[in-house]
Design a protein around this ligand. Structure first.
Ligand code: GLN
Length: 236
């Protein structure tokens, strides 16, 4: 590809906790390696642009329903996924890329159906706080740090978990697992923005999107200090 196109999907609806920063981080980490990258802020009033890597962030219950309806009607995210695009989705975004999720009243809404994950309203208190996750060894990542705040709980079908929860709740529906991935589609409950705290997760997404086996090593000292400090706050 000549230019890596990174789209932040509906930042006007899905951007809680600075999740739009995930797109900025991906663009910067590409540019620092001399990979030409373009960051597209894809507003919900416009057709979804074509891109190689899409980022979806968290959102309140109402905007989340609106975003899902618009994405289903648009059809672009499904087409892009089928064409091999990389999808990275956080919290409300994670729920939206699955089969279905609840609104504030508990009513079921269709997701885009990019990954076999179903979200329902949790019966316990909202899941709020710092999270530490040991990623699936197949992904080759180090321990992940993030912040969660969700009422929905998610059950995986065919998808693999992103990792095992060491601190916090994660998906919240049974086993202590967090997130999901299948192919180049990856969802997580971790805010942060999570790619600011976990540079190797950002690089995994860049490798998926560019097809590069190896990426030039960057100086991540500040990000790794932040991650250590956050992990230490939950005894990890
Ligand atoms: N509205 C969703 C829930 O509470 C997602 C929240 C979020 O994105 N932080 O489960």
């Amino acid at each position: 590809m000549s230019v890596l196109r990174i789209a932040v999907v509906y930042p006007d609806l899905l951007g809680t906790y600075g999740d739009t920063g995930n797109g900025v981080i991906l663009e910067r980490r590409a540019a620092e390696r001399g990979i030409a990258a373009e960051l597209l802020m894809a507003r919900s009033s416009e057709p979804l642009p074509e891109a190689d890597l899409y980022c979806l962030g968290g959102g309140e219950d109402g905007p989340q329903v609106l975003a899902a309806e618009r994405l289903v009607a648009d059809g672009g995210l499904r087409r892009a996924t089928e064409a091999g695009a990389t999808i990275f989705a956080v919290c409300a975004g994670f729920q939206i890329i699955g089969a279905s999720f609840p609104d504030a009243a508990g009513n079921r809404h269709d997701g885009v159906g990019l990954i076999d994950v179903t979200t329902t309203k949790g019966s316990g208190p909202r899941c709020v706080g710092e999270v530490a996750v040991d990623p699936d060894p197949a992904l080759g990542l180090s321990r992940l740090s993030g912040f969660e705040n969700h009422g929905g709980v998610s059950t995986l079908g065919e998808a693999a978990a992103l990792g095992t929860v060491v601190a916090g709740v994660g998906n919240g529906a049974g086993p202590a697992i967090e997130g999901a991935y299948r192919g180049h589609v990856l969802g997580t409950y971790l805010h942060g923005p999570v790619l600011a705290r976990n540079p190797d997760l950002a690089d995994l997404l860049l490798r998926w999107a560019t097809g590069s086996g190896e990426l030039e090593v960057l100086d991540d000292a500040a990000a790794l200090d932040l991650r250590s400090e956050r992990l230490a706050s939950v005894g990890c």
